[in-house]
Design a protein around this ligand. Structure first.
Ligand code: TRP
Length: 333
């Protein structure tokens, strides 16, 4: 593994994952395993930014999410799977880095601004919420990562991370590389209702859904509103179901496009076909998940091993940071 460039990727623990998580992140994580050294972070402290009162289920959500990571093929031998709150060094680096960022700079962050607007937090955003991009910078820099796979919405945080790394290196000497975002191509797979796929919207297909559930859910998917009867010509370019065919049924996609436009393919048959393809696509994940679910102790051991490996790296970086800053370590006599 030595000599490979390093990737830090992170996700909040959100329990069982959905197809959007897969196309937006996991699929790439799995591909990247061969070419990079990977650290996969469960960002549990980040949950507290928007829901500090909801901590009871965080561990369960962590386990369920890690089971999905493993089910899609993240190899815990090659890659380090670990939990943020179990590597306390993140908190120390977060504190130190927080001194290098101004409050107005954080207030300008478009992603945080949007969250504040959506959640109506205008005059009661917490200090930790406003500052979470600095925590994220610490998550990344503490592993001296070169790349961070993210969707568009997280790019401002990587930009901030780069600024902080530059500032640190200028003030104290070069400790950190400036990490680059790695954008995912299919990062915005729509939900069944055509809005962004998200658990809170109830428009997801879970990686763990069984074939009947998939059939049921796909039946509710939004299609071309102008195509009402079987014979009506459709507009695949605006159809959610067609977007899914493009991703999960590449072999038939041009035929489906042609027949939909001609009006010889009805939505019911088209959806049934898609649900079959999805069920087939997800079958190996579901089987692997069923295996993994039987052995929660093993999942726990994998996380514990990951925590140990992550901690070792984080401690090494913190030694370099304290040395560079001349704080937090006993000087030689
Ligand atoms: N903030 C990210 C999100 O909400 C999660 C995250 C935390 C993360 N730390 C990270 C992502 C480090 C990439 C790198 O989705």
């Amino acid at each position: 593994m030595a000599g490979l460039k390093r990737i830090l990727s992170g996700m909040r623990p959100s329990g069982k994952l959905h197809l959007g998580n897969y196309t937006g992140a996991l699929e790439n994580w799995v591909k990247n395993q061969e070419k990079f050294q990977n650290f996969h972070l469960v960002a549990d402290w980040h949950v507290l930014t928007t829901a500090p009162e909801q901590t009871a289920h965080i561990w369960e959500d962590t386990i369920e999410m890690v089971i999905d990571w493993l089910a899609v093929g993240i190899d815990p031998e090659k890659s380090v799977i670990f939990v943020q709150s179990h590597v306390k060094e993140h908190a120390e680096l977060f504190l130190l880095l927080s001194m290098l960022v101004t409050v107005p700079r954080l207030q300008r962050n478009p992603t945080v601004k949007e969250q504040i607007r959506e959640l109506h937090l205008e005059d009661r955003v917490s200090f930790g919420h406003l500052g979470y991009p600095v925590l994220q910078a610490a998550d990344i820099l503490i592993y001296r990562a070169h790349y961070v796979p993210v969707g568009e919405d997280q790019v401002p945080h990587i930009e901030l991370t780069r600024e902080i790394a530059r500032r640190f290196n200028t003030l104290y000497g070069k400790v950190f590389p400036e990490p680059q975002p790695m954008l995912t191509v299919f990062s915005r797979l729509p939900g069944l209702d055509a809005s962004k796929m998200s658990k809170s919207q109830g428009n997801t297909i879970l990686l763990s859904d069984d074939p009947e559930t998939i059939q049921k859910k796909v039946r509710t998917a939004v299609t071309d509103p102008q195509k009402i009867r079987m014979g009506d010509p459709g507009h695949p370019e605006i159809c959610t179901v067609f977007t899914y065919h493009k991703k999960f049924n590449a072999a038939e996609v041009s035929e489906i496009e042609k027949n939909c436009k001609k009006g010889v393919l009805g939505c019911v048959a088209c959806k049934k076909n898609l649900a079959d393809k999805l069920a087939r696509y997800l079958a190996p994940f579901r089987e692997k998940r069923a295996e993994l679910e039987k052995d929660r102790k093993m999942i726990r051991d994998i996380i514990e091993d990951g925590n140990t490996r992550a901690r070792k790296e984080a401690q090494e970086t913190m030694r370099a940071v304290r040395e560079a800053m001349k704080i937090g370590r006993m000087p030689d006599v």
